[in-house]
Write a protein that binds this ligand. Sequence first.
Ligand code: ATP
Ligand code: MG
Ligand code: MG
Ligand code: MG
Length: 567
Amino acid sequence: MRVSKFPLTTLKEVPAEAEITSHQLMLRAGLIRRLASGLYTWMPLGLRILRKVERVVREEMDAAGALELLMPCVQPADLWQESARWEKYGPELLRLKDRHQREFCFGPTHEEVITDIARRELRSYKQLPLNFYQIQTKFRDEIRPRFGVMRAREFVMKDAYSFHLDDASLDETYQRMYAAYTNIFTRLGLDFRAVAADTGSIGGNASHEFHVLADAGEDAIAFSDTSDYAANVELAEGAVPTETRPAPAETLREVDTPDARTIQDLVAQFELPVERTLKTLIVHASEARGGGLIALILRGDHQLNAIKAEKLPEVTVPLQFADEAEIRNAIGAGPGSLGPVGLPIPCVVDRAAAAVADFAAGANIDGRHYFGINWERDVPLGTVADLRNVEAGDPSPDGQGRLRIVRGIEVGHIFKLGRTYSERMNATVLDENGQPQVMAMGCYGIGVSRIVGAAIEQNHDDRGIVWPQPIAPFEVAIAPIGLHKSARLREAVEALYVQLTEAGFEVLLDDRDVRPGVMFADLELIGIPHRLVLGERALDAGEIEYKGRRDDAPSQIPMDRLVEFLR
Ligand code: ATP
Ligand code: MG
Ligand code: MG
Ligand code: MG
């Protein structure tokens, strides 16, 4: 591709709307453009990346024996009434009416539609097991769309649904999907971890999430440093009904708290909207961490009553830390998670209430006290029973190793649904004896568009994106110097472009008449793995200047060995 025919729409400035690196870089590199809250256009350059992620997902799903189909985005309400989710799903469900006033929704997920397909199409146990998947647009009216495509309202998901006669068959497919997901995230070049997870509103009885490890992640995940133990510290859906979750206010407020000695003091100093916030707020100073760390924990009504009745112990807040390193040490945070204003820090545990908090920490840096609160996040309660009463550095729940707690971005989620949907919707097949049996089901999601953001969170530097090879929009960039002044160079560049393209590389030729600095900055920002610089001098020397995106300095490669070198 030539830049003259594939315009780059890069931005120098960091867009004010973008809080995290991946969102900033996706906008700056011109991969996406915002249409409205949580709605993004994938620009041609961005779409190439999205399609590459899709390709890897599709190849591994096909290899695991799943069958691709494509279901409608818009779904009739009566199916959701059958499964009892029309009422239950809440405001994330975008509800629509057609011209006859019939009710529909824009699908946030497709259990109902696929179960309807299965009960109509499948007759006999001989047709099972079957695993259907699609790669398709979902809509969820997220309470707080943010981070660009990572928490969008409209996004691309790969969702798969399997059908079985018995639980043993479901177990087998579940394991196969677990393996397929492991292959997918490995091939995509991501640093990820599979963790035991809560089953949330989808229901069912076993589930794992796949998390890309990154400080910008919205989830706290806990794992053992020596064993296979890993779990998400997640909020049970419904523990705090969506409507009563605290309204998002400012994130990370900087305050001085020299006199704070009690919960009430802190609440007063933060000027919290008490009636609403107290419903879900407890301030807790962890003694185990030297008394310097404060965790804010969202709770249900019974804790509110405890606060009101003043049955909770008073908390003292000494706030005495020598320096940032000591704070990190005390709270077991990974490098980079503590910014100058106390950025979100991996989670802390309230032993007294056996709940898990995250995203809040007090810190005294350079004599000033900083207190970070993230109101945007549903702070997790300890729904994974193992995690109650533990904290980072403790032995693990499985008795092996020490617990580490890090942040993760949920990019995949697999569930054993069991018979929740098939029972409600009466999806049966005839067994060997001709008796109808309710099918067992599994469902398996991947956030295809979220992966693009997550990959950038893990692969960038101060100059821009550093794409893992398998999802780079182009593999090789040719940056000619003085192209428009030299016919000889134009000829050589053209020949090189054809040669590399024919050798199977995806090449981006920068044929703009711009300064090398501008060209290099753009190519680094958009993250092309290999850059070739070519001028008159290089032609004379028979050598080409090569720089890998991660290299510190360029090197010279003999022209006649170039293809071999790039391979
Ligand atoms: P989250 O906890 O981030 O809200 P979820 O648990 O609600 O995600 P699932 O129902 O498990 O999501 O959907 C499968 C996958 O779809 C998720 O693992 C995630 O990668 C992706 N996904 C979910 N919500 C969004 C969103 N708003 N924007 C982009 N991707 C999303
Ligand atoms: Mg969600
Ligand atoms: Mg989740
Ligand atoms: Mg999930």
